[in-house]
Design a protein around this ligand. Structure first.
Ligand SMILES: [Fe+2]
Ligand SMILES: [Fe+2]
Length: 463
């Protein structure tokens, strides 16, 4: 993989060549010079890299583990065009000729096509053999061969029980929170009881709760977020072998991490478009406000206060609140920061669709040792998988399936239950497949939870 600096140069050059071609057309000397510079850059990088591929995550370009946040403004027109054309991935092979590159950029700048299939057809018809465009694929690990049948372990009663349990927590916690915080002072016993009841409910079937987190449709984002973060913290803690008291304490730190938001205007918190500098500063103050509020609670565990203060701070204190000295985050903050980041990306907000898990995975990986602790993040995806339980995915065979269990240690290949055949027909009898056991079958991508296929699957889970 080329180093970050070279990749940045290449991306800037790619975006500016695209602009020049668009403004001056291909035969103008300015466009020709830009194209030649770009081609030379590619040739140099191809010496050590047979393929150079870029992907688009949200509004950011990435390559390998690097996401180029700093380039977003410089390459914004280029990104906009990729989005218009629904391209999420471009690969260039080392045998790329100058003519192929020129024809491809011209196609990107002027074609009106807006699907990857159509663009790939044009690429073929224009004899471009060394460039392909695609939708996003998460990296895959080739599993061992051999298929195993797995008994489907989700009974009608289990699904009903956990649905009731999860919505019960949300309703109860909401009213208990209101009652327990009077004049900014909360009753820690009530908070502990909420978290302990969540902990007890987790039992040994946390997969079901994770599934329900995926299906949730609830208005009170902050409350649901706090419950989800609490659950995710307890799952992390349990997987690390901590004792029951420590698990519940971490659940509590997760539950109360954003409590300072109670003091921030709802209008700002719910604003659909980007925040002004002042508004953003107000949102950021929830860390300090939360810590101050928690310090006034009787019998509060200091770890909970510290976590509320530090959870946006990052590993090297590069986040907020701004400190005049670097502070080492405490263990509970590192756990909460991962759960918080994950749930924030995975939540459907009124201004944003649910983000695909494979994109969440890429974004979180790019935060290793920046905002998130590297080893704990590896552990997190080991237990959650890239596609968590409850995700509906399309397989390389064309089949559509529901993720029903993780394979610990193989985060890309969970156990799935197939509901739609490769011809997209509903199956009378669904069947389970362990993807880690079949060599040529992989997950291609997740399917948005508001698609008809997902709705059909969710409606038939407990039948
Ligand atoms: Fe926060
Ligand atoms: Fe949060």
């Amino acid at each position: 993989m080329p180093n970050k600096e070279n990749l940045e140069k290449l991306l800037k050059s790619l975006a500016s060549t695209f602009q020049s071609v668009r403004i001056y057309t291909l035969n103008h000397p300015k466009a020709k010079t830009a194209m030649q510079d770009l081609y030379d850059m590619f040739k140099e990088l191809f010496q050590d890299n047979p393929i150079i591929a870029f992907g688009l995550v949200g509004d950011e370009l990435f390559c390998g583990k690097e996401i180029f946040f700093d380039l977003t403004v410089i390459v914004k027109d280029f990104i906009k065009e990729l989005k218009n054309k629904k391209i999420e991935n471009i690969s260039f092979k080392s045998s790329l000729s100058y003519e192929e590159l020129e024809t491809f950029i011209d196609l990107l700048a002027f074609s009106k096509q807006n699907s990857v299939e159509e663009i790939n057809k044009s690429i073929k018809s224009k004899n471009i053999h060394n460039v392909t465009v695609d939708v996003l694929h998460a990296p895959g690990i080739k599993p061992e061969s051999g298929e195993t049948e797995h008994k489907y372990n989700l009974s009608k009663d289990d699904v009903k029980h956990f649905k009731n349990f999860y919505s019960g927590i949300i309703d109860n916690a909401g009213s208990l929170l209101d009652k327990s915080i009077i004049d900014g002072v909360g009753d820690m016993n009530i908070f502990s009881n909420i978290v302990t009841s969540i902990f007890e409910g987790l039992g040994h079937k946390e997969n079901f709760l994770l599934m329900l987190m995926n299906l949730k449709k609830h208005d009170d984002y902050t409350l649901v977020h706090c419950i989800n973060v609490s659950i995710l913290c307890m799952l992390q803690a349990r997987s690390l072998g901590l004792n029951e008291q420590d698990i519940v304490d971490l659940g509590l730190a997760g539950f109360l991490h954003d409590i300072g938001k109670i003091l921030i205007s709802r209008t700002i918190l719910r604003k659909p478009n980007s925040l002004s500098k002042e508004e953003f500063e107000a949102v950021k103050s929830h860390t300090v406000l939360g810590a101050k509020m928690l310090m006034r609670f009787p019998h509060v565990n200091k770890m909970v206060v510290l976590t509320a203060f530090e959870h946006h701070l990052g590993i090297g204190s590069q986040g907020y609140p701004k400190l005049s000295y670097p502070q080492r985050q405490c263990f509970s903050t590192k756990i909460v920061a991962i759960s918080d980041f994950y749930d924030a990306l995975r939540s459907r907000r009124h201004y944003r669709r649910l983000m695909a898990p494979e994109i969440v995975y890429e974004i979180m990986r790019s935060e290793k040792d920046k905002l998130l602790d590297s080893q704990l993040l590896d552990n997190f995806f080991k237990i959650m998988g890239v596609w968590p339980v409850g995700t509906v995915v399309s397989l390389s065979s064309g089949e559509i399936a529901f993720v029903e269990a993780q394979n610990l240690g193989d985060m890309f290949n969970p156990k799935v239950r197939v509901f739609f055949s490769s011809n997209k027909e509903k199956l009378e009898a669904t069947y389970s497949i362990d993807l880690s056991q079949i060599e040529d079958l992989q997950i291609i991508s997740s399917i948005p939870s508001d698609s008809p296929e997902c709705e059909y699957i969710f409606a038939h889970l407990d039948k």
